[in-house]
Structures are given as C-alpha cells and as structure tokens.
Design a protein around this ligand. Structure first.
Ligand SMILES: CC(C)(COP(=O)(O)OP(=O)(O)OC[C@H]1O[C@@H](n2cnc3c(N)ncnc32)[C@H](O)[C@@H]1OP(=O)(O)O)[C@@H](O)C(=O)NCCC(=O)NCCS
Length: 173
C-alpha cells in the first residue's frame, strides 16, 4: 500500500480562501460524518438522478480500502464536501468521488482539490490523472475540461441502464 501524508492521518493544505481568508484543507473523513453526508449528497445532482440512496453513499464514505482514501474537504472548521480517490488505478490515480455542498460551490474550492490531486500524483511520479462524470452533468464536464481533462471514453450503462458516463484523462508530462 502506498504510504502518504493522508494515510498517516495528517491534513493537507489546499491554500486559503482568498475571499474569506479561511484555511482550506483535506483531511481523512471522520466515519461519524458518513450518514449526514450520505443524506446530503443523495439529495444533490448528479447522485439523486441515478438515484443513489443515502445509505449507499454513506457506505462508500465510511469504507476502508487499500489505496482508496476518502477525504473531508474543509473550509475553516466546516466540512464543505468529500473527495474519494483510487490510487494506482490506470497508470495514475482515479478521482472516484468529488462533491461539494451547495454553499461551497463556485468559489474555486473544486479547482483547489484538482490542483492538489495533480500535485500528489506528480509527487508519486504518475503519468495520468483520471476522472469520470455523467454526460448530463454539463457543469462538471466544463469544470474538468477547463482543468485540462479530455474525454477518453463514453461508457453506456456503467452505473445504470440508460445513463452514460464520460471517462476523462489528463496526461502528466
Ligand atoms: C463540480 C464541482 C466539484 C466544481 O467545484 P467548484 O468549487 O464549484 O468549482 P470552481 O469554483 O473551482 O469552478 C467553478 C466556477 O467557479 C468559478 N470560480 C473559480 N474560482 C472562484 C472564486 N474564487 N470565486 C468565485 N468563483 C470562482 C469558476 O470560474 C467557475 O465558473 P464557470 O464554471 O461558470 O466558468 C462542484 O461544483 C460540485 O461539487 N458540484 C456538484 C457535484 C458534482 O457535479 N460533482 C462532480 C461529479 S463527477
């Protein structure tokens, strides 16, 4: 198993929020937060569109798997969202889950998480970054495209019949 700062239980700096001046960090997700965050994300698009149940999301949030950390994205002392990784996925890591609660969207926090994801992978000498998003999630597609990700595959029925996921890659030179 890869040993990282996150595995050691430390929090990682995402840089300060330039507007409010609060520290933004990633820290291992407290399992006690899995249920409330499962409820919150089950009510939000794209998860509500499948739908994913609150229990299924909570089960993923509290899961413990080798090389697949779940992080709380924090702004000051508030939990703003969750990032879930799968390291060593396909010649590089896969960002399996990225979600911010509505109050924290559109303020550069998601971009800060992607910048950390890239720095972490580069530090490990990886060649590729991977994300996937639903084809109907136009905001997320624009967000990942602006960050340098390109469509690699359209995968019909990956999660549900009648729905298509877009696998996106960023190549690290
Ligand atoms: C998709 C998501 C992760 C993006 O994170 P985010 O923090 O909202 O995105 P950013 O703020 O970094 O960038 C998005 C917008 O905010 C703007 N922005 C960036 N920094 C900003 C700042 N400091 N202040 C205000 N706006 C800012 C960007 O210009 C961008 O605007 P545009 O898309 O209209 O051009 C987040 O919105 C989210 O969780 N959405 C719901 C769940 C979801 O779709 N997850 C992805 C599933 S795969």
């Amino acid at each position: 198993m890869t040993t990282t700062q996150s595995d050691a239980g430390l929090s990682m700096d995402l840089g300060d929020d330039l507007i409010l001046g609060r520290a933004r960090t990633l820290a291992p997700l407290d399992p006690a937060l899995a249920d409330p965050l499962g409820e919150a994300f089950a009510a939000l698009s794209p998860w509500r569109d499948y739908p994913f149940s609150a229990a299924a999301l909570a089960g993923y949030f509290r899961g413990i798997q080798p090389d697949a950390p779940r992080f709380a994205i924090r702004v000051g002392d508030q939990v703003a969202g969750i990032a879930g990784l799968r390291r060593s996925w396909l010649r590089g890591p896969y960002l399996q889950f990225l979600g911010l609660l509505p109050a924290f969207q559109g303020h550069g926090l998601g971009s800060a998480v992607l910048a950390w994801f890239e720095r972490d992978a580069r530090a490990m000498g990886e060649r590729n970054l991977w994300v996937a998003t639903s084809d109907f999630n136009r905001d997320a597609l624009r967000f990942y495209t602006r960050a340098g990700y390109h469509e690699t595959a359209r995968i019909d029925g990956l999660i549900r019949d009648g729905k298509t996921e877009i696998l996106m890659r960023k190549r690290l030179d």
